[in-house]
Each structure stands twice: as C-alpha cells, then as structure tokens.
Design a binder for this molecule. Structure first.
Ligand SMILES: CC(C)(COP(=O)(O)OP(=O)(O)OC[C@H]1O[C@@H](n2cnc3c(N)ncnc32)[C@H](O)[C@@H]1OP(=O)(O)O)[C@@H](O)C(=O)NCCC(=O)NCCS
Length: 131
C-alpha cells in the first residue's frame, strides 16, 4: 500500500445534493474528489453520513490515473473524516470490471474494512469499525 499522498493531484471534499445521483438521489452527500492540477476530475468517492454509521459508495478513478494511489488516498480521506463512526460499503466492481471482486475486497481489507457476514446476498458488504 502506498504511504504517500500522490503527487500532482489535489484532494478536496464538499457537500452537494444531487437529485440524479445513482446511489442516494437527493441526499446531502459529501463528495471526496481528486483532480489534476489543471482541474480535470480524476477520482471520486461519496459518503452519506448518518447518526449511527457512514455509508460510502461509488469509488472511482479515471482509467489513465489508476495504480497511482489515488483510490487509496480517497478512502483514507474518508476514514480521516468519518473514522470515528463505522463506515459501510458494498464491494461492487463497475460494469467494465477493471478490477475483480477479489482484488477489491483485498484493497478495502488493506484499509481496515472487514466483510460483514450478516449480509449473505451479493454484493459483498464490508464495514470499517469506528476507532
Ligand atoms: C478500484 C479503483 C477505484 C482503484 O483505484 P486506484 O487509484 O487504481 O487504486 P490504488 O492505486 O490506490 O491501488 C492500491 C492497491 O490496490 C490494489 N489494486 C488496485 N487496482 C487493482 C487491480 N485492478 N487489480 C488488482 N489489484 C488492484 C493494488 O494492490 C494497488 O497497489 P499497487 O498499485 O501498488 O499494486 C479503480 O480501479 C476504479 O476506479 N475502478 C472502477 C470503479 C470500480 O469498480 N469501483 C469499485 C466500487 S466498490
């Protein structure tokens, strides 16, 4: 796992309501984003903070910018902000399957997520317990 913040990328987050959001339409979501110096959006991850736990979904990094630690940094930024609550997500590779389910489970496991066995149906649910 990379330990350094990827160079040449800007990491930000902001709340936004998006009625067309595929995961939680019309909810107030905290979008964690990565962009190139010149402003191109190259990665995002969104969270829905709730009183008991935080839900996360839609981790994505643009194909030309993968394997540089950006996905890891986006997850770390969410943990940094919300790690005092449980963080729950579905492990659901995008349809073009750039990464296998198995690789994604290992990716999240390396960041402290465990499979939540109380969910028996696909997709796999993982949770990172509050610290
Ligand atoms: C999953 C995704 C966000 C990872 O983003 P990324 O910026 O490439 O991830 P990182 O560079 O931080 O990867 C960290 C580690 O995860 C593992 N990993 C990442 N992508 C992998 C792949 N395609 N196959 C195997 N392992 C992979 C590797 O161990 C990697 O470390 P390494 O590059 O030193 O070997 C990116 O592949 C993506 O956008 N996929 C399409 C969207 C998707 O399926 N999202 C899942 C939603 S649950």
């Amino acid at each position: 796992m990379q330990q350094l913040v990827p160079e040449g990328y800007l990491f930000t987050d902001h709340f936004r309501v998006d009625a067309t959001d595929a995961y939680w339409p019309a909810a107030s979501l905290n979008f964690f984003e990565a962009s190139k110096d010149y402003g191109e959006l190259v990665g995002s991850f969104r969270v829905l903070p709730m009183p008991e736990e935080t839900l996360a979904a839609g981790l994505w990094v643009s194909s030309e910018h993968r394997r540089k630690g950006i996905g890891t940094q986006l997850v770390r930024n969410v943990i940094g902000r919300y790690g005092n609550h449980d963080i729950r997500l579905k492990v659901n590779p995008f349809e073009d399957k750039p990464v296998t389910l198995h690789a994604l489970i290992r990716f999240y496991a390396g960041l402290g997520f465990l499979i939540d066995k109380s969910y028996k149906a696909a997709p796999v649910v993982m949770v990172r317990r509050a610290w």
